[in-house]
Design a protein around this ligand. Structure first.
Ligand SMILES: Nc1nc2c(c(=O)[nH]1)N[C@H]1C(S)=C(S)[C@@H](COP(=O)(O)OP(=O)(O)OC[C@H]3O[C@@H](n4cnc5c(=O)[nH]c(N)nc54)[C@H](O)[C@@H]3O)O[C@H]1N2
Ligand SMILES: Nc1nc2c(c(=O)[nH]1)N[C@H]1C(S)=C(S)[C@@H](COP(=O)(O)OP(=O)(O)OC[C@H]3O[C@@H](n4cnc5c(=O)[nH]c(N)nc54)[C@H](O)[C@@H]3O)O[C@H]1N2
Ligand code: SF4
Ligand SMILES: [Mo]
Length: 718
C-alpha cells in the first residue's frame, strides 16, 4: 500500500492551514502534521484534524438524487443533469434569463467561483448571481475599497503581527475561529507589544488581551469615533502622514469631533478611562494595526463602522507603512479569492467591476463573447433569496446552506420551497439540499485540485490526494455538462488547471491580478501573494498587453513567471487614482432594531471552535459533535436570575421574526443586556430564525450581529 503523503490545505477556514494527507493501510486517510507552511507550522484546530471524516461515504452523498413523488431518490448522472438543464431552459423560455438564479460560496476554489460566474453570465445570461460571502466580509471589502482603492483582507502577512507595537482586534474571536493564528498575538505580547480586544463577550480571545473593551453590540462605530475624537483632542494625529498620503481629513475630523468621550461612553458602555487607555496603547508605539472580523462588520452600518476604524489608522499614520495598517480577517476557506473572480453580483474576474466598460471588453474577449451580451449587476445575496419564487423562479446553488445560515431563515426557507426548481451541488445532504429537486454530489478538497486565496491574499494550491468515490463528480464537471446541454459546447473544462489558465488571462490587468501565477509555481512555493502580474509584452500595435502575453495553451511554460508576488501592499502609495487613502467621514447611528419594552434585550450571534458555519460538514464528525453537541443561549448570571433560569434550562428567545429554543449557558463573560447564540444548527435552536435581514446600504450585509429579543425561561428540563 502506498503511504506517501500529499501536502495540501485545510477545507475549512481562511487560514488555510497546511496539512499532509496520508492514506491509511486499512483504507481511509489521515491528516498529519505539515510544518513547512508558515501560517500554522503544523498546528491544526480540531476541525482541520478531523476533516478527513467528511470524505467517508458513510456521511456524504455518493449518487445524484432526483425528486420523484415528493421524495429524493437516486438517479444516474445523465438523468440528473438532463433534468437540471431542461428545467433551467423551461424557466428561461417562460420568464426570461433573469428568472434564473445562481448562489455560490466563499468555500469554493478560485476555479469554481470563476466558472460559476462565467456560467451565469455566458450560459444562462442572467444577472441574478451572488454568494454567501455577502454575509461574511462584504462590509470590510466595501470600506477597504473606498479607503484604499483595493480590497485585500490583510495588506500584510500574519507574520508581521508579532513585530508591530499594538493590535486592536475588533469583533474577532480568533482563539475559536482561527486557533493556530493565536500564536502570532502571543508572540506580539512576548515582544512587548500590546493587544486590545473589542467584543461584548469576554471570549477566549479577549482573555489574552492587555485591554478588553466590551461595547454594547452594534456600537463599534461610536467607539471608533470616540477614539478618533480623543486622538485629535490629545494631539496624537500624524499631520505629515495626513498631508502627504490622505484626502478628506477635514470632513472626517469634523465628523469625529461630535463624538465626545462621555457621549460615546453612554452609547457603548465603555468607560472614558478605558477609551483613554486604548488611545494611549494604540498611539504609544511606532507601529500599530487594527484588525476587524465579523463583530463590527455584520451590522447594517458595517461599511461605515469599518470606515471609522480605518480613519483611526489614517489619522495616526498607521497605514501604508511597515508593520502598520488596517486588515480584515476574512473567514471562509476561499473568502478572499471567492470575492475576486466573478460570483459576486456586481463583479467580473480579477476584482473588476461589471459596470466598467473596459472590464466588460477585457473579460468578454477572454470569454469569446460580445461585451454587450454580458448582463449588468444583479441583486445581493439576501435580496436574491428574498426574490425566490417571485422574480427568480429557478435556482442553482453551489457551496452554501442558507436554510441554516441566512438571516430570517424561516422566510428564506419558505422562499426556497416556493421555487419552481432548485438544484443543489453539495458534498453532503445539507438542510438546503433536502429541499432540492435535484441534488448533485460533488468532489471535495482532498479529492480534487484547485487554488484558494487565504486571508493574507496568498494564493495556494490544494492538491488532490485521494480518489473520490464512484458516483461523485466535480463542480467543474457539472458546469461543463450543463453548459453543453444548454448549447455552450466550449469554455467550461473540468480540469482545474485549465480553468486557472483562463482565470489568469481574465484577471490580467485587474486589481486582483493572478496572471503571473501558475500551478507549477504554487507547487514549488508556499503560495504567491497577489497582485502578481505576468510580464507585459508589446503587441503588434506597440501597445502593452498583459493578456496577450499568456498563451491559450492550458499548460503554460513558467519560464517567464518572474513577478515575486506582493506580500505587503500600499507601502509607497494606496491603490486609489491619486495614490492617497480616503477618510470615510462618518457619524454614529443606531442599529436597525434597538431594544424596547417588548423586546428588551440584544441578541448577538457567532461561532464555537468545534463547529463550522451551517454545520453541514462538521455536524457529521463524531469528535466535533461530542465537543459541541448543540446550540445554547449564553447569558449573564444577573439576567438568568431575573428570568429564574439556571444553567442548562431551556430558554425561548423571541424576536420579531420568530422563536428559537436552546439551553441556557450562564456566564459572567457576557454583558447583562446581551444574549449570544452560535449559528451552526438547524431546527428549533436555529438562531437565524431570529436574525434581522436589515441591510447595510453599501455592502448589502445583513445585521447578523444585533437584533432585539425577549427571553423566556421554559422551566427546568424534564
Ligand atoms: N470554529 C469556527 N471557525 C470559523 C468559522 C466557523 O463557523 N467555526 N467560520 C469561518 C468564517 S466564514 C468566518 S467569517 C470567521 C468568523 O470569525 P469571527 O469574526 O472571529 O467569528 P464570530 O464568532 O462570528 O464573531 C466574532 C466575535 O464578534 C463578537 N461580536 C458580536 N457582536 C459584536 C459587536 O457588535 N461588536 C463587536 N466588536 N463584536 C461583536 C462575538 O461575541 C464574537 O466573539 O470564522 C471562520 N472560522
Ligand atoms: N446568525 C449568523 N448567521 C451567519 C453568520 C453569523 O455570524 N451569524 N455568519 C455568516 C457567514 S460569515 C458566513 S461565511 C455564512 C456561511 O454559511 P453557509 O453559506 O451556509 O456556509 P457553509 O455551512 O460553509 O456551507 C457550505 C456548503 O457547501 C458545501 N460544500 C463544501 N465544499 C463544497 C464544494 O467544493 N462544492 C460544493 N458544491 N459544495 C461544497 C458544504 O457541505 C455546505 O453544505 O453564514 C453566515 N450566517
Ligand atoms: S484554523 Fe481553519 S484552516 Fe486551520 S485547521 Fe482549523 S479550520 Fe482548518
Ligand atoms: Mo464567513
Amino acid at each position: 500500500m502506498e503511504t506517501t503523503s500529499t501536502p495540501t490545505h485545510c477545507p475549512y477556514c481562511a487560514l488555510q492551514c497546511g496539512m499532509n494527507i496520508t492514506p491509511l493501510p486499512q483504507g481511509g486517510v489521515e491528516v498529519t502534521e505539515r510544518a513547512d507552511f508558515p501560517v500554522n507550522r503544523g498546528a491544526l484546530c480540531g476541525k482541520g484534524r478531523t476533516a478527513s471524516a467528511v470524505l467517508s461515504p458513510a456521511v456524504r452523498l455518493t449518487s445524484p438524487l432526483v425528486r420523484s413523488g415528493g421524495r429524493l431518490v437516486p438517479a444516474s448522472w445523465q438523468e440528473a443533469l438532463d433534468r437540471v438543464a431542461e428545467r433551467l431552459e423551461t424557466t428561461r423560455e417562460r420568464y426570461g434569463p433573469d428568472a434564473l438564479g445562481v448562489f455560490g460560496g466563499g468555500g469554493l476554489t478560485n476555479e469554481k467561483a470563476y466558472a460559476l460566474g462565467k456560467f451565469a453570465r455566458v450560459v444562462l445570461g442572467t444577472s441574478q448571481i451572488d454568494y454567501n460571502g455577502r454575509f461574511c466580509m462584504s462590509s470590510a471589502a466595501a470600506a477597504g475599497t473606498k479607503a484604499f482603492g483595493l480590497d485585500r483582507g490583510l495588506p500584510f502577512p500574519l507574520e508581521d503581527i508579532p513585530r508591530t507595537g499594538c493590535v486592536i482586534l475588533v469583533g474577532s474571536n480568533l482563539a475559536e475561529t482561527m486557533p493556530p493564528s493565536l500564536r502570532f498575538f502571543g508572540e506580539l505580547r512576548e515582544n512587548g507589544g500590546t493587544l486590545i480586544v473589542v467584543d461584548p463577550r469576554r471570549t477566549k480571545t479577549a482573555e489574552q488581551a492587555d485591554l478588553h473593551l466590551a461595547p454594547r453590540p452594534g456600537t463599534d462605530l461610536a467607539l471608533a469615533l470616540g477614539l478618533l475624537h480623543l486622538v485629535v483632542a490629545e494631539g496624537r494625529t500624524d499631520e505629515d502622514f495626513i498631508a502627504e498620503r490622505t484626502s478628506g481629513w477635514e470632513e472626517a475630523r469634523a465628523a469625529a469631533m461630535g463624538h465626545w468621550p462621555e457621549y460615546v461612553e453612554r452609547i457603548t458602555g465603555v468607560s472614558v478611562p478605558q477609551l483613554r487607555e486604548a488611545v494611549r496603547m494604540f498611539c504609544a508605539p511606532e507601529a500599530a494595526m487594527v484588525l476587524t472580523a465579523r463583530g463590527p462588520e455584520q451590522q447594517s452600518k458595517g461599511t461605515d463602522t469599518v470606515g471609522a476604524w480605518i480613519d483611526l489608522c489614517l489619522a495616526t499614520g498607521r497605514a501604508g507603512r511597515p508593520l502598520s495598517g488596517y486588515g480584515c480577517l476574512t473567514g471562509q476557506g476561499n473568502g478572499q479569492g471567492g470575492r475576486e473572480h466573478g460570483q459576486k453580483a456586481d463583479q467580473l474576474p480579477g476584482y473588476r467591476k461589471l459596470d466598467d466598460p473596459a472590464a466588460r471588453r477585457h473579460v468578454a474577449q477572454v470569454w469569446g463573447v460580445d461585451p454587450d451580451s454580458l448582463p449588468g449587476p444583479g441583486r445581493s445575496a439576501y435580496e436574491l433569496l428574498d426574490a425566490l419564487g417571485t422574480d427568480v423562479r429557478s435556482l442553482l446553488l453551489m457551496g452554501s446552506n442558507p436554510v441554516v445560515s441566512a438571516p430570517r431563515a424561516a422566510h428564506v426557507e419558505e422562499r426556497l420551497r416556493s421555487l419552481d426548481f432548485l438544484a443543489v451541488c453539495d458534498v453532503v445532504l445539507s438542510e438546503t439540499a433536502e429541499l432540492a429537486d435535484v441534488v448533485l454530489p460533488v468532489t471535495q478538497w482532498a479529492e480534487e485540485s484547485g487554488t484558494t486565496t487565504s486571508l493574507e491574499g496568498r494564493v495556494l494550491l490544494r492538491r488532490q490526494a485521494v480518489t473520490a468515490p464512484p458516483g461523485v463528480r466535480s463542480d467543474l464537471y457539472v458546469l461543463g455538462e450543463l453548459a453543453a446541454r444548454l448549447g455552450v459546447e466550449k469554455g467550461f473544462p473540468a480540469d482545474p488547471e485549465e480553468v486557472f489558465e483562463e482565470l489568469r488571462r481574465a484577471s490580467a490587468g485587474g486589481p486582483a491580478d493572478y496572471s503571473g501565477i501558475t500551478y507549477r509555481r504554487l507547487a514549488e512555493e508556499n503560495g504567491v501573494f497577489w497582485p502578481c502580474p505576468a510580464p507585459p509584452v508589446t503587441d503588434e500595435d506597440g501597445e502593452d498587453s498583459v493578456c496577450d502575453a499568456l498563451p491559450d495553451d492550458p499548460v503554460h511554460d513558467a519560464e517567464t513567471d518572474v513577478h515575486p508576488g506582493t506580500p505587503r501592499l500600499f507601502l509607497d502609495r494606496f491603490a486609489t487614482e491619486d495614490g492617497r487613502a480616503r477618510f470615510a467621514a462618518v457619524t454614529h447611528r443606531a442599529s436597525a432594531e434597538e431594544p424596547d419594552a417588548e423586546y428588551p434585550l440584544l441578541l448577538t450571534t457567532g461561532r464555537v471552535v468545534s463547529q463550522y458555519q451551517s454545520g453541514a460538514q462538521t455536524r457529521r464528525v463524531a469528535e466535533l459533535n461530542a465537543a459541541a453537541p448543540g446550540p445554547f443561549v449564553e447569558l449573564h448570571p444577573r439576567l438568568a436570575a431575573r428570568l429564574g433560569a439556571a444553567d442548562g434550562d431551556p430558554l425561548a428567545v423571541i424576536s420579531r421574526r420568530g422563536r428559537a429554543v436552546a439551553p441556557a449557558r450562564v456566564t459572567a463573560a457576557i454583558r447583562p443586556d446581551t444574549v449570544f447564540m452560535p449559528f451552526h444548527w438547524p431546527g428549533e435552536g436555529r438562531v437565524n430564525t431570529l436574525t434581522n435581514p436589515a441591510l447595510d446600504p453599501t455592502s448589502r450585509m445583513p445585521e447578523f450581529k444585533t437584533c432585539a429579543v425577549r427571553v423566556e425561561a421554559l422551566g427546568p428540563q424534564e
